[in-house]
Ligand binder design. Structure first.
Ligand SMILES: *Cc1c(COP(=O)(O)O)cnc(C)c1O
Length: 230
C-alpha cells in the first residue's frame, strides 16, 4: 500500500471513531482530501485508495488537475480558497462545491455562470468565526442577508457553513468557535426557507477533527496528514 493509502485509512478510522463516540450516525462525516500543491498523480493514488472528494484552493492549478483526472468517474471537486471575482466563471463550470463564498456579489456571479445543464452548485458560506482582520469570511451577523440573497439564485444550493478557526487557540476557545458555527447553522434553519438543505458544517482539520465532529462537523478538511508536506 502507498503511504497515501495508509494515511487515508488512518484518518478515516479517526473520523469513524469520533463519529461513533459523539453518538452520531456512521457515515455522517466526510473526509475532504485537501490536495492543493499536490500532483495529479498523488490525487490519482488517493482516488485508487477510495477517496472521491478533493479540495483545491488555487483555480488554475485545480483546472489543470481536473483536466488530467477527467477519466476518473464520480470524483468530486470542492473549491475552498479565497475567490476573486474574475475567477468565478471557471469555478462555476468546473467544481461541484464551493466552501468559501462570503459575499453576495460572488454568489451572484457563480449563479449567473453555472451551466444550467449541471446540477446546482453546492455552496457553503465561509464565516470569519474569530473575527480575524486578515481572514476571509463574512461575520455571523451577515449570514441571514447572504442566505436570503442566495434563496433567489436557482443555480446554487445552499448547503451550510464553513470556517477555519485558528487551530492554535486554547482548546476551550477552539471548541467555542466550532459551537458558534454549529449554532449559526441551526439558526439559519429556523429562519426563512433556504435554497438548499442546510445540512453541512465544513469544519475541523487534522489536529482538531475529533472536536469538530463532537460539535457537528459533516466535512473535515485534511491535507498534509494525507499527502505529506506541500
Ligand atoms: C490547506 C487547507 C486545509 C488543510 O490543511 P493541512 O494543514 O494541509 O491539513 C484545510 N482547509 C483549508 C481551507 C485549507 O486551505
Amino acid at each position: 500500500m502507498s503511504s497515501i493509502a495508509d494515511n487515508i485509512g488512518t484518518v478515516t478510522r479517526r473520523i469513524q471513531k469520533a463519529t461513533l463516540r459523539a453518538g452520531r450516525k456512521a457515515g455522517s462525516v466526510h473526509l475532504l482530501a485537501v490536495s492543493k500543491k499536490q500532483s495529479a498523480d498523488a490525487l490519482r493514488t488517493a482516488y485508487d485508495a477510495g477517496q472521491r472528494a478533493f479540495g483545491e484552493s488555487y483555480v488554475q492549478e485545480a483546472l489543470d488537475k481536473i483536466d488530467a483526472l477527467a477519466d476518473l468517474k464520480d470524483i468530486e471537486w470542492h473549491f475552498i480558497g479565497p475567490i476573486q471575482s474574475n475567477k468565478t466563471r471557471q469555478i462555476a463550470e468546473a467544481f461541484d462545491w464551493v466552501h468559501s463564498v462570503d459575499r453576495v456579489k460572488i454568489a451572484q456571479r457563480l449563479d449567473d455562470q453555472r451551466n444550467r445543464a449541471l446540477p446546482p452548485l453546492n455552496i457553503c458560506l465561509q464565516v470569519n468565526i474569530n473575527n480575524e482582520d486578515s481572514k476571509s469570511g463574512c461575520s455571523l451577523e451577515d449570514l441571514t442577508e447572504l442566505a436570503d440573497a442566495i434563496e433567489e439564485m436557482p443555480n446554487l444550493s445552499l448547503r451550510g457553513l464553513m470556517a477555519i478557526p485558528d487551530p492554535d487557540q486554547p482548546e476551550a476557545e477552539l471548541r467555542s468557535s466550532f459551537r458558534k458555527l454549529s449554532n449559526a447553522l441551526k439558526k439559519l434553519r429556523q429562519e426563512a426557507p433556504a435554497s438548499g438543505p442546510l445540512d453541512t458544517l465544513s469544519m475541523g482539520m487534522s489536529g482538531d477533527l475529533e472536536m469538530a465532529i463532537e460539535e457537528g462537523s459533516t466535512w473535515v478538511r485534511v491535507g498534509t496528514a494525507l499527502f505529506g508536506p506541500r
